[in-house]
Design a protein around this ligand. Structure first.
Ligand code: ADP
Length: 193
């Protein structure tokens, strides 16, 4: 199954992706995680992306499109994948459609986690507290300033991606404000499982 998970930062895409990995036995492809790995490894892409990401802005389309193009050719993606954090612009959604068509196929489902925006800042703060309590490093972009920029980027650049899939009749909306297990059940239902 080739699946896209959409939703604003803090919507629970990471949490639900991890559960889907278990249930469906396909990998989660998070462009955020891949970019953070590039930053940590100080690759040329990482060096370029770091300041953009820290500020909460989007890295250029061609950078993430190229990362995904290569990643989905890996053997572990043979039975499908869960895209988390990609596509984040309409240009990325169009590029994804083209590159999947070129490889012979398309998406099976696009699921959007719909959440109340007022809850997102609280969720981000909670995530920071939990990360600190676990003794792990806090993401450089998990601070109120960058988070605001991330929400702005979501509204301006990523919300149109939902509209793009909705227009094509491919979008399934799931209430992301429910308890984690209930969100999982609603996703399963939307996938017809
Ligand atoms: P979140 O969903 O919590 O905002 P992610 O881990 O998905 O965070 O992404 C973190 C940052 O990585 C983004 O703010 C952006 O700078 C960069 N990034 C991730 N995916 C993309 C993408 N598809 N296009 C552009 N930038 C991206």
């Amino acid at each position: 199954m080739r699946l896209v998970l959409l939703g604003p930062p803090g919507a629970g895409k990471g949490t639900q992706s991890a559960r889907l990995v278990e249930r469906l036995g396909i990998p989660q492809l998070s462009t955020g995680d891949m970019l953070r790995a590039a930053v940590a490894a100080q690759t040329p892409i990482g060096l370029k992306a770091k300041s953009i990401m820290d500020a909460g802005q989007l890295v250029p389309d061609e950078v993430v499109i190229d990362i995904i193009d290569q990643r989905i050719d890996a053997p572990d993606c043979a039975n499908g994948f869960i895209l988390d954090g990609f596509p984040r612009t309409v240009a990325q959604a169009e590029a994804l459609r083209e590159l999947l068509a070129k490889k012979g196929g398309g998406l099976d489902a696009v699921v959007e986690l719909v959440v109340d925006e007022n809850a997102l800042v609280d969720r981000m703060r909670k995530r920071v507290e939990e990360t600190v309590a676990a003794g792990k490093p806090v993401r450089a972009d998990d601070n109120p300033e960058s988070f605001k920029t991330r929400l702005d980027a979501y509204r301006k650049q990523t919300a149109p991606v939902s509209a793009y899939y909705a227009e094509k009749g491919e979008l399934k909306r799931v209430d992301g404000m429910q308890a984690i297990d209930d969100v999982s059940a609603a996703i399963d239902k939307s996938l017809g499982r």
